[in-house]
Design a protein around this ligand. Sequence first.
Ligand code: GLP
Length: 255
Amino acid sequence: MPTPERVGELAADIFARQIAKKPDSVLGVATGSSPLTTYQALAKRIADENLDTSQLSAFALDEYIGLPYDHDQSYHYVINETVTKPLGLDPARVHVPAGMAENPAEAGREYERAIEAAGGVDVQMLGVGGNGHIGFNEPSSSLASRTRVKTLAPKTVADNARFFDKASLVPTHCLTQGIGTIMSARRLVLVANGASKADAVAALAEGPVSAMCPASVLQMHERATVIIDEAAAAKLQLREYYEYVWNNKTVQRPE
Ligand code: GLP
């Protein structure tokens, strides 16, 4: 797509159609800057089409361990500001892993049970880290993993330091859905923008399926869509082919 805004509109189209088809859908939501244009476009679609969001539920991918939920970098806070409020979701139906739990490992197992009890995720939103992580599943994560405690890679701590006053304040651990959890969603939508994602995008779409690039597991999902802007597409070997396929799609798609 030419711009991050178009990436967002296209991804939002998938979510808007899902909501229209099944108003009690279970959405998988993600933090980070990548999905923001999607949430903005989706909020607009919800308003324009008067979509009912009151019955939706949502599960976030991850949360820092030990960061109070009212801290503006906690994913409880971020999801509330970027997803729950703008999409008009019922806060009681929006779930984020309990990073402040006394026993985070048990909280991870409870989170798995909650997703299952809700019927599983219908559509999962994903960004990708510069090192190919999805959620906080860093390179070398088990491709079958479920929600659990992880140590953040030094690169992720460094990437996220800009959001904290000092690098030393970035949490070092997190509770994250596993790669197996993410793969259990019925549909995956990964968005990426900018040159800093070009290597990760090429590795996830065209590299070997490998724990070295957790996002490459999308190649094994039967319904995964990757939506990226020009800069993020820069290192794809088959880029012309993907454009050819896109331009020759016979199924209905947005302008
Ligand atoms: C974060 C999140 C991921 C996110 C990724 C990329 O650390 N845990 O869910 O996809 O890093 O973030 P951004 O979209 O801001 O580049």
